[in-house]
Design a protein around this ligand. Structure first.
Ligand code: PRP
Length: 212
C-alpha cells in the first residue's frame, strides 16, 4: 500500500524544464541530479522517487509498470505506440516539430525513396500513408548528414529552430506532428494508486496553466 510513486523522467533538456513543474507539485530531488551519476533519486516527498533515463526508454518503463508515471516527448510516444499507458497531460515544454526534410530544392527520385531516421516506425507509417515506396534506414543521430552523403533522400527528424537543417543545406518539408512533453501513466497504476496519481497530476496541471 505504501509503495513509493515512481516517476520516470527524460534526461537532458526535457529534464531541466520538467523539474520546475514537479517542484510546483512539491516534488524536488533531494540532491542535484545534474551533479550525480545516480539513476534513482529520492525527493522531498518521501512517497515519490524519480528515475532519470533516456527519453526512448521512458515509455518502456511506464508500459511495464516499473515506473507508475513518466515524462516523455510526444515523438517517443508516437514511435513506440501509446497502448498500455494513458497520456494524461500536455506539459507544454520542449516544444518542437517532427518533420521530413531533404536537400534544398532537390526532387525525390522516381520509385523507391531512402528515408533515414531514428524514428523508424514513424517514418514507415508516414511513407505507407503517402504510398511512398521506401527503404527505411535506422540512424541514432546526426540525421542531417544522411542526405548530404547520399545515404538517404529524406530524413524524419525533430526540427526546433531549423538552424541545423539550414546549416547543412537542407529544408523542412512535411509536418508529421507537433511535439511537446507529455505526462504518461501506467494503466494498472492508474487503478491501484489512483488517488496519489490524481493529486500529483492536478498539481502539475496547475503549474502548467500558471506558466502560460
Ligand atoms: C535535434 C534534432 C536536430 C536538432 C534540431 O538534435 O535531431 O539535429 O535538434 O534543432 P534545430 O532545428 O533547433 O537546429 P539534438 O540536438 O536534440 O540531438 P540528437 O541528435 O541527440 O537528437
Amino acid at each position: 500500500m505504501n509503495q513509493p510513486l515512481i516517476i520516470a523522467l527524460t534526461k537532458g533538456r526535457i529534464l531541466k524544464e520538467t523539474l520546475p513543474l514537479l517542484a510546483a507539485a512539491g516534488i524536488e530531488p533531494v540532491e542535484d541530479i545534474s551533479k550525480s551519476r545516480k539513476l534513482i533519486f529520492d525527493t522531498t516527498d518521501p512517497a515519490v522517487q524519480l528515475l532519470v533515463i533516456r527519453g526512448s526508454d521512458v515509455p518502456t518503463y511506464v508500459k511495464h509498470g516499473v515506473a507508475d508515471m513518466g515524462v516523455s516527448g510526444k515523438d517517443m510516444l508516437l514511435e513506440v505506440g501509446g497502448a498500455d499507458l494513458y497520456e494524461l497531460l500536455d506539459l507544454e515544454i520542449s516544444k518542437c516539430r517532427l518533420m521530413t526534410a531533404g536537400i534544398k530544392g532537390a526532387a525525390l527520385p522516381q520509385g523507391r525513396v531512402k528515408v533515414a531516421s531514428k524514428f523508424t516506425n514513424i517514418a514507415k507509417r508516414y511513407c505507407a500513408e503517402r504510398g511512398l515506396q521506401a527503404e527505411i534506414i535506422k540512424l541514432y543521430g546526426a540525421m542531417e548528414l544522411a542526405p548530404i552523403m547520399g545515404l538517404a533522400d529524406l530524413i524524419v527528424d525533430i526540427v526546433d529552430t531549423g538552424n541545423t537543417l539550414r546549416a547543412n543545406g537542407m529544408e523542412p518539408l512535411d509536418l508529421i506532428a507537433d511535439v511537446s512533453s507529455r505526462l504518461v501513466v501506467n494503466k494498472a497504476a492508474m487503478k491501484m494508486k489512483h488517488q496519489r496519481i490524481e493529486q500529483v497530476v492536478e498539481k502539475i496541471s496547475a503549474a502548467v496553466v500558471a506558466k502560460r
